[in-house]
Write a protein that binds this ligand. Sequence first.
Ligand SMILES: [Zn+2]
Length: 437
Amino acid sequence: MSAKNKANMCKPDNPARLTTNHTAGCISRKNVITAAIHFDSTWMPRVSPDPCASVADLKSQSEQARRLDEEIAGKIKSQGSGILKLVEDFNAEFGAVTPAQSASANLPRWRWSWFGDFDMTAMAMGAQAPTWDARNCCFWPSRQKALSWVKSVSDVNRISIPKWSEEPAFQQMLESRQRWYKAFPDNPPGSLGGASWNQPAGREPVKFLSYMSFIDMGPHLFGADEFMMILAGDAQLADALMEKFFELSTSYSEFMQALQGGKVGCIVGFGGDYACMLSPDLYQKYSVAWDQKLFDYFRKFYAAPQDAPCNLHSCGPSSHLYSHWGTHPLRSNITTMQTRLLSEHVKSLRLNLPETLLQLTFHPEHFDFANVGPDDVRAVLRQAVEDVNGSNAEFVVFAFANDPQDIERLETNLHVMYDEMDEINSCCMSGIDAAHI
Ligand SMILES: [Zn+2]
């Protein structure tokens, strides 16, 4: 950690500094760097209520889910572990302010969820409904690819834009929400979309509108292999699809936005889950170009200002794209970004996105909290904090225990992370800016 950053972040003798006994919430503070831990004991069975189920089944599934959750908590505690409380304290202490969740609500782990916008689109194109995965609390898309019949530009022209309000999947969603309301009045389904999105320090959270991106729609409608082959080898077809997907994406988002109302000020829809699979050239041609097209459209349609904030997403390993983010025509609009933390590349990421709030994920594939030592955690975290210049960053840790033996190491490492986060944020109490202490 450089002297400059340390001076900005930490004042060792600050009397208000928390000790490391993890007394979450005892002092309100303003974190300069936030963090969240998603802990999962994957070896234990668990279920979540199926949003497609009847009211009676929803209730009985939730009872079963609660019993299994209690059983899991009991087993972890019987090992002498306090990891569940540690994670709860950590998230309360270092989590971002929004999206906020009422501390008194005592809500269960599961929430109402529904087919994603890609699934809804695929179903409108003729695909089967996705399958509910109770164990992972998510839907698996149908393996049937709705647009596999599309082989030419003239085929693309035959794709019609759905009347979304009349789509069976949309009607089923409304019915699912009604059943959920009846089954769980204390845990209602919530808004259909458009929550607030965190922004870098100094900017208020903004309500966003989410759009399906071109590079994510293709894999859902064609399959990833086939779509990537089209991008790489059939520019005419790819260009025609880009036009058609743009119409599909914007019409769907406008329909959902009209349904929920309110003023939107932020675009979520740059990049995508599949961004990391594109070569730099294809990324520039099909992702950056899509971002620009979407931004121009959004500005016009919603009378948004020139500095409207945008979110960029590329959750896979994406260091080959950083220089394209640095030269992105809308770089100053990209106020938040989610990507995987690749420790040797954080410095380059910050250089390319100097003003952006970076949400960096510790993903087991690249950094597994269950398989590293405390010194590794400390070193990677300190380096990352230095490399992001000590602010405008959030760490997201996926901490998975794949068998009971993982718990002890995870707990040790999460304690280390707690202490490091405490140190980083220790001089920034209750709205006082570090620079003014
Ligand atoms: Zn993603």
